[in-house]
Design a protein around this ligand. Structure first.
Ligand code: AMP
Length: 181
């Protein structure tokens, strides 16, 4: 299966993606994780991305898209993937669509994890990541609202809504069921 996960920062996408990846046997490709790995290794890509991530802003699309395409071209992603954190803008969605089309592939669905803003802030403050201070959280929420939320309309009928408040296992069951598994 080729899936995209959508949802505001702090919706628990990463946790759900890890579980789904294991159960569906497809790689979990998280742009945030890829950036953090590059930052950890001090690569040029990591150095370029760091200032944006620390500020809660989007890394420029050309940099991000290049990284995602390289990852999707790896062998383990040939028969399916779970994209977590990409696309984050309509422009990125168009780049992804073009990339898939070139390979005669298409998405099977877009899981949209829905949570209230209160839960999101609570979850982000609890995980204590470097870019999880109050100011960047606010910036990331604004970026989500302005740039990422429009993807829900963009994907239209491909959207599969998942209520993402509650226990991790319960949410995972909802997602599996919604996928017909
Ligand atoms: P995440 O782990 O998905 O919350 O991503 C952490 C940070 O990485 C974001 O706040 C952005 O700065 C950056 N990032 C992740 N994915 C993207 C993307 N698709 N486009 C641009 N920046 C991204």
């Amino acid at each position: 299966m080729r899936l995209v996960l959508l949802g505001p920062p702090g919706a628990g996408k990463g946790t759900q993606a890890a579980l789904l990846s294991e159960k569906l046997n497809i790689p979990h490709i998280s742009t945030g994780d890829l950036f953090r790995a590059n930052i950890g290794e001090g690569t040029p890509l990591g150095l370029e991305a760091k200032e944006y991530i620390d500020a809660g802003k989007l890394v420029p699309t050309d940099v991000t898209a290049r990284m995602v395409k390289a990852r999707l071209a790896e062998d383990d992603a040939k028969n399916g993937f779970l994209l977590d954190g990409f696309p984050r803008t309509v422009e990125q969605a168009e780049i992804l669509a073009e990339f898939l089309k070139e390979q005669d592939q298409k998405l099977d669905g877009v899981l949209n994890f829905r949570v209230s803003e209160d839960v999101v802030v609570e979850r982000m403050l609890a995980r204590g990541r470097a870019d999880d201070n109050e100011e960047t959280i606010r910036t990331r929420m604004a970026v989500y609202r302005d740039e990422t939320a429009p993807l829900i309309d963009h994907y239209g009928d491909a959207i599969i809504n998942i209520e993402a408040e509650g226990e991790v296992e319960e949410i995972n069951e909802r997602a599996m069921k919604a996928l017909g598994k």
